[in-house]
Design a protein around this ligand. Structure first.
Ligand code: NAD
Length: 481
């Protein structure tokens, strides 16, 4: 049983409580490691270390921070196999996916913000009457917290840590207690890259154990959070009255809108990914699929055929397309939605069951990729985030009708639109309530672009300058001459 430790001031430390939580291998449904069940004492120690490191770190040049972030990116590349395997075991995602997407993207996050900080600048505003000049400083905030979920563990952890460090802040980071392994491995690599002690502190534990202590800590100046809408709300309720800067990336229930004039093959292939990649556990997955009626039956038949051909299997096996979902509680949540969908009159076109594999994976958390039809847009199955390999399909006749289906929901993270009609594509993009709209593609990411949601999906934007602006404070200086 491997023991994960907190990383404070470059020391690997036991939690003050002396207590640990089991970490499960979802592919087999058994504990394989243990993670600190830390408390406020550990948060205080991590914040103290970060505070002590801040003056020297914030005084370093952008070039120096660039060099260290690049070193860390190189170390991630060098450890690709090891990190990908660890991510796959911890999370249940296919090893091929971790190797092709999660870990390379973690390295890209560091490279991107390493370069970005060397180009980041303030503004200046000249005045004529009276003659004066204003210039704007963008200064690091101090100690900032990064809190991340289990679905893309290292990918999202580094997406926050990289801009926070690049901008000159010191960091207290908390990965999900469900998937803590790659954050633990990153702690080692950060020391090897040469980051000074206290600059990046990684502590492990639950929301109640350390999350609340982070949200209320007087020395934490900003919190960047990715996770569920419910937890985002809790953090906001504690942090907002303390006037911390907040960036909240939360849940989604995204529409995938398919018009009959689309590039059919490209749409079908991409819709398979946007429905079932990472077992449907990507906040950007298009779990509500709306198809223009003339295409409905053809799409339905082809989509079912392709979905039935997916290979649900152990994540480490090379032909597995669909691994295990992350945990037993999450498996149970997904299965509970099958009952809800049934009671709402949904018809299961495929899937709808837990999948039992052969030993030693017979206790693993596998779910058959599932397609449901016949549900109303307003029912619970279509309104609540299931976050599994489960999609609904429904026909539509008119543009305004489908826009209503897409927008009539508390969430607004992303949307995908498939059409060859350029005017319609622009019209839909303008009218859809989402922070991110993809037309004739899905999850095509340019790290310079703003990333985030509207309504219950998010407050604030990550990515590019948005992230560097979030992790800095603006100060205007006015000089009269
Ligand atoms: P979660 O909200 O349960 O947990 C996220 C993180 O918050 C974990 O580290 C958790 O320990 C911590 N946490 C829990 N309670 C806390 C508290 N009271 N105070 C502070 N921290 C607390 O989310 P999850 O189940 O890990 O992840 C799945 C969710 O994340 C889904 O809703 C998904 O849509 C969302 N998500 C959103 C995005 C996005 O970019 N918008 C990306 C990925 C995942």
């Amino acid at each position: 049983m491997q023991r994960i430790l907190n990383h404070i001031n470059h020391q690997f430390q036991e939690p003050a409580t002396g207590k640990y939580l089991p970490v499960y291998d979802p592919s087999r449904g058994i504990p394989y490691a243990e993670v600190p069940d830390s408390d406020e004492t550990d948060v205080n120690a991590a914040v103290a270390a970060a505070q002590a490191a801040f003056p020297a770190w914030s005084a370093t040049t952008p070039q120096h921070r660039h060099d260290l972030l690049m070193k860390l990116a190189d170390l991630i590349d060098r450890n690709l196999d090891n990190l990908a395997r660890a991510e796959s075991i911890d999370n249940g995602k296919p090893l091929s996916l971790a190797k092709a997407v999660d870990i390379p993207r973690a390295a890209s996050n560091f490279r991107f913000f390493a370069s970005a900080i060397t180009q980041f600048s303030g503004a200046s505003h000249a005045m004529n009457q009276p003659e004066a000049i204003n210039y704007t400083l963008r200064q690091p905030l101090g100690v900032v917290a990064c809190i991340t979920p289990w679905n893309l563990p290292l990918y999202l952890f580094t997406w926050k840590i990289a801009p926070a460090l690049a901008a000159g802040n010191t960091v207290v980071a908390k990965p999900s207690e469900v998937t803590p392994m790659t954050a633990f491995l990153l702690a080692r690599l950060s020391a090897e890259a040469g980051f000074p002690p206290g600059v990046l502190n990684i502590i492990h534990g639950t929301g109640t154990g350390i999350g609340n202590a982070i949200s209320t800590h007087s020395q934490i100046k900003a919190i960047s959070f990715t996770g569920s809408t419910a937890v985002g709300g809790k953090i906001a309720s504690l942090a907002a009255p303390r006037f911390k800067k907040l960036s909240l990336e939360m849940g989604g229930k995204n529409p995938n809108i398919i018009f009959a004039d689309c590039d059919y093959e490209k749409m079908l292939e991409t819709t398979m990914r946007s429905s079932f990649a990472n077992q449907g556990q990507i906040c950007l997955c298009g779990s509500r699929i709306m198809i223009e009626r003339p295409l409905y039956e053809k799409f339905k038949n082809d989509f079912i055929k392709k979905t039935k051909a997916l290979k649900v299997g152990p994540p480490l096996e090379s032909d597995t397309t669909t691994g295990a979902v992350v945990s037993k509680p999450h498996l149970e949540k997904i299965l509970s939605y099958f009952k809800i969908a049934e009671s709402e009159g949904g018809q299961f076109l495929c899937g709808g069951q837990r999948k039992i594999l052969k030993a030693p994976h017979d206790q693993g958390y596998y779910v058959e990729p599932t397609i449901i039809e016949g549900l109303s847009p307003g029912c619970r199955t279509n309104q609540e985030e299931i976050f599994g390999p489960v999609v609904t399909i429904m026909p539509f006749d008119r543009e305004e009708e489908v826009l209503g289906y897409a927008n009539d929901i508390p969430y607004g993270l992303s949307a995908t639109i498939w059409t060859r009609d350029l005017s319609r594509a622009h019209r839909m993009a303008r009218n859809i309530e989402a922070g991110i709209v993809w037309i004739n593609t899905w999850m095509l990411r340019d790290l310079r672009t703003p990333f985030g949601g509207v309504k219950s999906s998010g407050v604030g934007r990550e990515g590019g300058w948005e992230a560097l602006r979030f992790f800095t404070e603006t100060k205007n200086v006015c000089i009269r001459y």
